[in-house]
Each structure stands twice: as structure tokens, then as C-alpha cells.
Design a protein around this ligand. Sequence first.
Ligand SMILES: [Zn+2]
Length: 315
Amino acid sequence: MNSISPSPSSSCPLCKARGDLFLKIPDPVYGQQFDVHQCSSCATCYTNPQPSPGLLSKIYSGEYWLRGEKTANRKSAAGLVQQFNRMRLAAMVNPLVRRLNPGDRILEVGCGSGQLAFYLKECGFDVEVTDVSQEILTEIANKCQIEGYCGDLGDILFNGQRYNAIIFNNVLEHLDAPDRNLQKACHLLVSGGLIFIEVPNIAGAQFRIFKHRWFPLQLPEHLFHFSPDSLQAICLRCGLQRVWLSTFSPRVSPAGYVASLFPALRPDSLRRSMSKPLLGLYLGLQLFFLPVAFFESLVGMGSAVRVMYRKLDER
Ligand SMILES: [Zn+2]
């Protein structure tokens, strides 16, 4: 979809019902005005106007992730950061790992740097990944012998493979058709297979506190802004049953506070600087905000939707 001027109402990208202004963003991003609208029918929030494919491909160059890794490898602080990230990923995906058996087949959609896929392979699972960057997939295949499929999940031909679990780790909000992607994922699962999703939660306390300054909003590359309810509505239409939900994310929840309050401690700034005092401050602040973020989730107001769905029957 090409970019157009923002207007107070729009058409929901998912169900085509009318959407209205939900959050006005005061400043342009990449020289363009983007706002958040909410659908009057399915209640999903989305970025309006949706950014053009040209702008999105500029934002996501394969270099983005790889550059981060290469910078990290040069600096001695990298080991600490990688260890920290690994601990957070392990905790993030633990509810899924506990429900699977060694050797089960997992597909990670939009694998980014591949860190989660490496971890799951080490846990003894048969892991495959998808990404839109062939460069990243080649790097992951060479480094860890993990098979990758390039492109959008909806367009990839899988030759009849079925998976025990499919993971969307902070990916669904980036996709222009999250409903179509979940439907495809559902077709790729064995009967009783699991879909594990983590996305930022626009119904959480952090969004209410920070509004347009909430870091996980990430306009315009986050095309959708889910809540537990709006995601549930999409998953129900796909024939999925929710089996587990938390609004706490070990990765996103404390980091959401840190990055929203201190722009110098946002992931892109840290990747550039890799200075030890800054990293120390980042880790210290994350620990400080951990109990706050956890408390929010106890009352259902955490900053993430971390959720697991089960496929009921073969359709
Ligand atoms: Zn809608």
C-alpha cells in the first residue's frame, strides 16, 4: 500500500471496517506523518497510513541485524550482552519448550539474528526458520546448519512438512497480513500443534504512561498494535484455542521502561556505542524495572502479549 496523508478515519487493513484515530503522533517519522487508528469492528489498532514498501525495505536492510552482530563481535562487552539476551530468550520461550518433546519440529517465522533458533536447536529440537533476508538465512545456515526459507510465510512452499510448534517472536506486528500469516501457520501445524506469539501490548500500563513515547510502538515498522483481546479475535477466526497467556515478557517488559525513559539506552544506540558504562547502566536499569514490569502483568496490564494457542482439528 502506498503512503497517503493521515486522516482521522481509515479502513481497517484486516476487516475493512471503519477505523478512527486512536493516538495522534506529534512528530513525523522518516519525514512522514503516521498515527495509530483503531478498527470500530475488530478493535485492532494499526499504523495509519501504512508505510510504503519502499520505506519498509529501507528500514529493514539485512545489514541491520548483521551489523549489530559484527559490531558486537569486535567489542569485549559483546559476551555479556549475548549472555543476557540468551537468558531472556530462554525465559521468554520456556512455556512452549516445557510443552514439547526432544526432536519436535519447530518453525520460527522471521528469525532476525537467529539467536532464538540457535537456542532451540541446542535444546534438542529440529528447528527451521523463515526470514525475508536471504543474507541472514545464509549466515544462519553456515553458522548453525539451520534450514531457512526466504520470503513471506504466506508465499513459501513447504512441500507438505508439518510442525509441532510455530513461533512469531515480536514479528506479527511487522506483517501486513497477520491474519493470513496465522492461517498459514495453522495449516502447517500438526493436529494439536502450538503457536507461540509475543507482541507488544497496546492495552498495557506502559502504553498508558508513555503514549507516543512508548518505545515498543515503533512507528512505522510496527504495522499493527495488538492487545490480548484483538489478537484473540484473529486467532479464534483461524480455529486456534488459547492455552496460555501472560502480559509479562522477560525481554520486552523491563526494556520497554528503559528505552522509553532513556533514548540513549535504546537497542540501536547501544549497538552503535557498545560502551561498557552504558551497557552496565542498561543492565542495572533493567533489573530495577523487572519487579515493576512483573507486577503490571499480575494485574493483566503488562507491556507484552505472550501467548500460546493450540490448533484444534485438521480442517
Ligand atoms: Zn477491523
